[in-house]
Design a protein around this ligand. Structure first.
Ligand code: UDP
Length: 245
């Protein structure tokens, strides 16, 4: 689709979930500002169409609790460090979006009032109504969870119509498409199949929470320029996880 397309989207309010690794570019670690800006432009192009946008960004480019605990750290402390990593990513995305003229709020599940707003559901809804992008940081605020679950939780609370999970590949495959040439992409797949076949969509608690609230998860490639806007308009390649379209 060309720049400046006026193609309309059927969605009014969505959750975009991306992993922390999406922000690190080819560096293998941390934040790569040009990559953050590229993703911010994708978000802006959807925002420009009047779609209300929630975002959750993981922290895996900086720190993962499980990796820390595997190296001997106490698990809950390691998880809190992981949650703090997500705040850094959220601030980087805020800076990139505001540099493009998009108003945002970083809303943290762990209080740090000098840095981010505390999470107050009604206030967050108001921000969305005022067309501010809400970047939800610090996961659920609880150890033993992931940002996939945080994204599903906040998407439910904010009454988002779907979760858009931006990944490196253009959907959900029966096996890893990077390693297997014969991997087959699903157009649609049910929540129960994701769980039963252990498909790499989101972790099991996030899928169960989406299933119990009938919240579709749309898996698409974040590397495709214009991809997010295209998927919202119903074009491009993606996998729809849910109970039928
Ligand atoms: N985390 C947590 N509770 C949450 C969300 C995240 O403890 O509600 C921690 C957990 O240690 C996790 C880390 O934050 O490994 C980073 O999040 P995640 O692994 O989901 O990031 P992603 O893989 O999406 O980059």
């Amino acid at each position: 689709m060309s720049e400046g397309s006026t193609e309309k989207t059927a969605f009014k309010r969505v959750m975009l979930k991306i992993s922390g690794e999406a922000l690190m570019g080819d560096q293998g670690f941390g934040l790569h500002p040009p990559t953050v800006e590229r993703i911010a432009r994708e978000v802006k192009s959807v925002h420009d169409q009047g779609v209300e946008i929630c975002m959750v960004i993981g922290g895996g480019n900086i720190f993962r609790g499980l990796a820390g605990s595997a190296q001997g750290m106490e698990r809950t402390t390691a998880d809190y460090m992981g949650m703090l990593a997500t705040v850094m990513n959220a601030l980087a995305m805020q800076s990139a979006l505001e540099g493009l003229g998009v108003f945002t709020r970083v809303i943290s599940a762990i209080r740090m009032d000098e840095v981010a707003e505390p999470y107050i559901r009604r206030r967050a809804v108001r921000h969305l109504e005022k067309k501010r992008v809400c970047i939800f940081a610090a996961g659920t605020g609880n150890p033993y969870f992931t940002t996939d679950t945080a994204a599903t939780l906040r998407a439910n609370e904010m009454a988002c119509e779907a979760i858009f999970k931006g990944t490196k590949v253009d959907g959900v495959y029966d096996k890893d498409p990077v390693k297997h040439d014969d991997a087959v992409r699903y157009d649609t797949v049910s929540y129960d199949d994701c769980l039963a076949k252990n498909l790499k969509v989101m972790d099991a608690s996030a899928i169960a929470l989406a299933r119990d609230n009938n919240l579709p998860i749309i898996v698409f490639s974040l590397d495709e320029p214009g991809g997010f806007r295209g998927i919202l308009a119903g074009s491009g390649t993606f996998t729809w996880v849910g109970e039928g379209k």
